[in-house]
Design a protein around this ligand. Structure first.
Ligand SMILES: Nc1ncnc2c1ncn2[C@@H]1O[C@H](COP(=O)(O)OP(=O)(O)OP(=O)(O)O)[C@@H](O)[C@H]1O
Length: 259
């Protein structure tokens, strides 16, 4: 594994003074004898957009579910904005917007109906609710579809509706599990545009196995393979001796797993 120290740039060293907003501290998850994640350690500092890479089945979703407090780690600790997500989940969740792999969408509702529903569930007051719904519709470019049933929307719009829901309470940390999976190139462009806008003000961990996504969006990469961390550093440092492209680097670090 390339040591994080070897791949650090001046920029990443300067970033070390910012506080960690997402922390995986020795996170493991066992299903019987099988380890879906094993002693995963990394952190994402305020303002960073970090890509979480790995082949299918590497343990990305499992790690993200532990980070968000959705499942309990077998070992280790997950912290959001300094809050332990097992002991202090409510406080941590105030800072966190989570877009799971298959977002929580209510297909018979319209985006407007769903946003109202989630705003009420979160206890937003009437005025705050209107302001926040207007804001997320704007950020996620949903104005043309707010009154259409979610079931009738394209995949790209569905994904942006999922994002809008995750942004409703104005979280400063976003964890997104493969937000562009299964989208066509135009839809990918739309979702990336939204994410770029979000990255100006938020700390983001974004899982993907699309390497162009990493080059297009991220300042740093955390990579896992078979549940273990295999790389933590900047995009340039990902390429090891002999690797010409990011595809080569991915193949080297994951030993061509699941290919
Ligand atoms: N509830 C579970 N019980 C048993 N095994 C599980 C469970 N959840 C996940 N796994 C296994 O853990 C491993 C990691 O799965 P995970 O979904 O975290 O991978 P991933 O990197 O997100 O993959 P993908 O890119 O395909 O979404 C896989 O082998 C998966 O089958």
């Amino acid at each position: 594994m390339t040591s994080p120290a070897e791949s650090k740039t001046d920029e990443s060293r300067a970033g070390e003074s910012r506080r960690p907003m997402i922390e995986a501290v020795g996170l493991s998850k066992f299903y019987g004898p099988f380890a879906a994640a094993r002693e995963v350690d990394f952190s994402v500092r305020e303002g960073e957009l970090v890509a979480f890479l790995g082949p299918n089945g590497a343990g990305k979703s499992t790690t993200m579910k532990m980070l968000t407090g959705y499942i309990a780690p077998s070992e280790g600790e997950a912290r959001i904005a300094g809050h332990n997500m097992m002991e202090d989940r409510i406080e941590g969740s105030k800072h966190l917007g989570y877009l799971p792999e298959s977002g929580p969408l209510y297909y018979e509702m319209t985006p407007m109906g769903m946003l109202n529903f989630f705003a009420d569930a979160r206890g937003l007051s009437k005025t705050v609710k209107k302001d926040r719904i207007d804001a997320v519709i704007d950020i996620c470019d949903l104005s043309s579809v707010v009154y259409k049933p979610i079931s009738k929307l394209s995949k790209g719009f569905k994904q942006r509706v999922g994002m809008s829901q995750a942004l409703l309470h104005e979280p400063d940390v976003l964890i997104m599990d493969e937000p562009t999976a299964g989208l066509d190139p135009n839809q990918v462009r739309g979702v990336r545009k939204t994410m770029r806008k979000l990255s100006e003000t938020k700390t983001i961990l974004l899982s993907t196995h699309i390497l162009q996504e990493v080059e297009a969006m991220a300042s740093r990469v955390v990579m896992i393979n078979e549940g273990r961390l295999v790389y933590d550093g900047d995009v340039a440092g990902l390429r090891q001796k002999g690797d010409v492209t990011l595809d080569d680097a991915f193949h080297t670090l994951t030993k061509g797993a699941h290919i």
